[in-house]
Design a protein around this ligand. Structure first.
Ligand code: ATR
Length: 288
């Protein structure tokens, strides 16, 4: 008689991946990849891997030796992963951080950064008419997320990008490093002046996130057709998005960026480019 068990088991050929970070308990990636593994009936597993920064290097190399297909790396290890990789994608090099590591069959460690890809794909899916080259973009914030967004927008042909950050020097340094004449830095207190004739506004700061103050910016000067998006996804409707929606601007929330940035890793490790659907969004948002 065949015994029936209520859950999927792994075979000896299972492909393994996971997310390394410290802490990692907040990560939605295991739930996200777990959904896709079940949906596509893949013999594989994706697990949370809490690794203290001091153990990062040894842990990453151990995963390679253990036959893992790859891992995502999250805060604070995105920069630490760079020197460990044998090869970096061009976008990882330009963004200066790695979020997706693939262990190739020959043992080489390949580092990529898919955050900018996730940002663009989310906007393409949620606002299919978007034309990144149609007008200036305003990027609020100059941290790691901002860097990925900037590089992605430049690659999509954005004609002008205005960055405003609370700490001016950080924005100046970022602009100098990326070194593209389309980038200009605007003072944080006068950020609303940057909204004039903009076609896209992106919040890459942590303002608006649960437990953080709201991002308070006067949107009066923003054209009503400009798309407003936030990389914060907890809550889904940030104050910025609510304010923009109230005045009639199209908005896109930040959850899709998280979902789409996971696609290239899943594709490489498990062999399928997975779909981002409403059902997936609901599943990822539902309590564990
Ligand atoms: P991430 O990698 O997620 O981008 P980060 O590098 O810590 O995180 O960057 C956080 C961003 O949020 C920065 O742009 C930060 O501004 P500073 O460079 O001035 O720190 C911004 N930020 C965080 N708290 C803020 C606040 N209370 N007011 C304005 N900006 C804030």
């Amino acid at each position: 008689m065949t015994s029936r068990i209520p859950y999927r088991t792994l075979s000896g050929n299972s492909r393994l991946a996971g997310v390394m970070g410290w802490p990692v308990s907040h990560s939605k990636s295991p739930r996200l990849h777990g959904y896709w593994l079940a949906k596509y009936g893949i013999d594989g597993s994706y697990m949370p891997l809490p690794v203290e920064p001091k153990n990062f290097q040894a842990a990453l190399n151990s995963l390679r030796n253990l036959g893992f297909s790859g891992v995502n790396v999250t805060i604070p290890q995105k920069e630490m992963a760079m020197p460990e990789c044998d090869e970096l994608s061009e976008r990882a090099r330009r963004i200066g951080a790695v979020n997706t590591v693939t262990f190739a069959k020959d043992g080489r460690m390949l580092g990529d950064n898919t955050d900018g890809f996730g940002f663009i794909e989310n906007l393409r899916q949620e606002a299919p008419d978007i034309a990144f080259c149609s007008g200036p973009a305003v990027v609020l914030g100059a941290g790691g997320a901002s860097r990925a967004v900037l590089v992605a927008l430049l690659d999509e042909g954005s004609p002008e990008i205005r960055i405003a950050n609370r700490t001016r020097k950080r924005a100046d340094d970022l602009a100098a490093e990326i070194n593209d004449p389309r980038i200009t830095v605007i003072g944080w207190p006068v950020a609303p002046t940057a909204l004039e004739n903009a076609s896209l506004v992106v919040n890459t700061t942590s303002l608006g996130m649960v437990g953080q103050p709201a991002l308070e910016i006067d949107l009066t000067g923003l054209p009503p057709s400009a798309l407003v998006t936030d990389i914060v996804y907890a809550p889904l409707m940030t104050d910025l998005l609510m304010q923009a929606k109230k005045r009639g601007n199209p908005i896109v929330d930040g959850l899709g960026m998280l979902l789409h940035q996971a696609r290239p890793g899943f594709h490489r490790w498990f062999g399928i480019d997975p779909e981002v659907t409403q059902e997936l969004r609901d599943f990822v948002l539902s309590p564990d």
